[in-house]
Design a protein around this ligand. Structure first.
Ligand code: NAD
Length: 313
């Protein structure tokens, strides 16, 4: 029996709907409120999901507006605007920041206590924008960051070694994007470090592992090339994060959060392993990084900070 839990999803496009579907199937909420600037789209998606009530879970799914989120414990933001022809990256960033300004303003007014989970891209920048705009405690703003990249990394490593990806302990940190950093030095399976070891008969070969990481870094491009968007795995990543919050699990997940001196970095949002519980981000777990990894993380932070400089918040 689930206690009364309301979760809001703002933006019911491909990602929002995949998250709503995964939430529904996991039975994590008693009520899911869908909000989109295209109200009809949100209504259609709510109707479609509701008709699954007879098969799996008796969860109410309805389209609503921000006033319906007053008792929501958590709100997922997956709203986004796509690049217009001829539009440069900074203009797109500014348009997305403006969308966030409107959404976060509404959430602060109507749902000031909820934990916000940001999935819209560029997720690190929009998490930073949310931190700057919102009046809520910074720990209550969590970007999905490199959760998806880390999931892809673990899945590919699991397949390579022939073990369950859930037994692969390995992280991608930094930006969710081109400068993301694979932390090989801390990666292990069953406590055995991957580097310099042979696991399940497979020695660590740097060239092979670099190719594997390239598949992780390029995964979104490859998927978008084939189906036009990515949505199902990020939907599942969102639900894993939602579960860690609502069940106060204290799970360690690589999420995008404001840094306050970790690895010598401040005033930037990027992913580091963090303890996630009922109040959002509770602690940071800082694996020792090799000099190369630390340099790459600092580079990731610089790239993000340069992007932030051009935005009007
Ligand atoms: P989409 O275009 O299918 O959906 C976006 C939705 O946002 C649309 O329904 C649109 O009407 C809505 N929207 C726009 N402005 C709004 C506003 N002001 N208020 C409410 N709703 C608004 O896009 P998608 O494929 O669902 O992707 C959504 C976002 O998720 C994108 O930014 C995408 O890049 C990002 N994404 C992130 C990850 C990740 O790992 N974090 C993975 C995949 C996609």
């Amino acid at each position: 029996m689930i206690q009364k839990r309301t979760i809001g999803i703002v933006g019911t496009g491909q990602v929002g709907v995949a998250a709503a579907y995964a939430l529904f199937m996991r039975g994590l909420a008693s009520e899911i409120i869908l909000i989109d600037k295209d109200a009809k789209r949100a209504e259609g998606e709510a109707m479609d999901l509701m008709h699954g009530q007879a098969f799996f879970e008796n969860i109410t799914v309805r389209a609503g507006d921000y006033r319906d989120l007053s008792s929501a414990q958590l709100v997922v933001i997956t709203a986004g605007v796509a690049q217009k022809p001829g539009e440069n990256r900074l203009d797109l960033l500014n348009r997305n920041a403006a969308v966030f300004s409107e959404i976060v303003g509404q959430l602060d007014r109507h749902s000031p206590r909820s934990v916000l989970v940001i999935a819209s891209n560029p997720v690190d920048i929009l998490s930073y924008v949310t931190q700057k705009i919102s009046r809520r405690d910074p720990c209550r703003v969590i970007g999905t960051g490199t959760m998806l990249d880390t999931g892809r990394f673990r899945a590919l490593l699991g397949r390579h070694y022939g073990v369950d990806p859930r037994s692969v302990h390995a992280y991608i940190l930094g930006e969710h994007g081109d400068t993301e950093v694979p932390v090989w030095s801390a990666a292990n399976i069953g406590g055995v470090p991957l580097v310099d070891h042979s696991i399940c008969g497979k020695p660590f070969q740097a060239a092979e592992m670099n190719r594997l990481f390239d598949q992780v870094r390029n995964a979104a491009y490859e998927i978008i090339d084939r189906k036009g968007y990515t949505n199902t795995a990020i939907g599942m990543a969102i639900v894993r994060l939602v579960q860690a919050v609502l069940e106060d699990q204290k799970t360690v997940l690589p999420v995008s959060r404001m840094l306050t001196g970790e690895y010598g970095l401040t005033d930037v949002c990027l992913s580091i392993p963090s303890v996630i519980g009922i109040n959002g981000v509770q602690d940071a777990i800082l694996p020792s990084l090799s000099d190369t990894e630390l340099g790459a993380l600092q580079h990731s932070a610089r790239v993000l900070q340069e992007s932030i400089t051009g935005i009007s918040i």
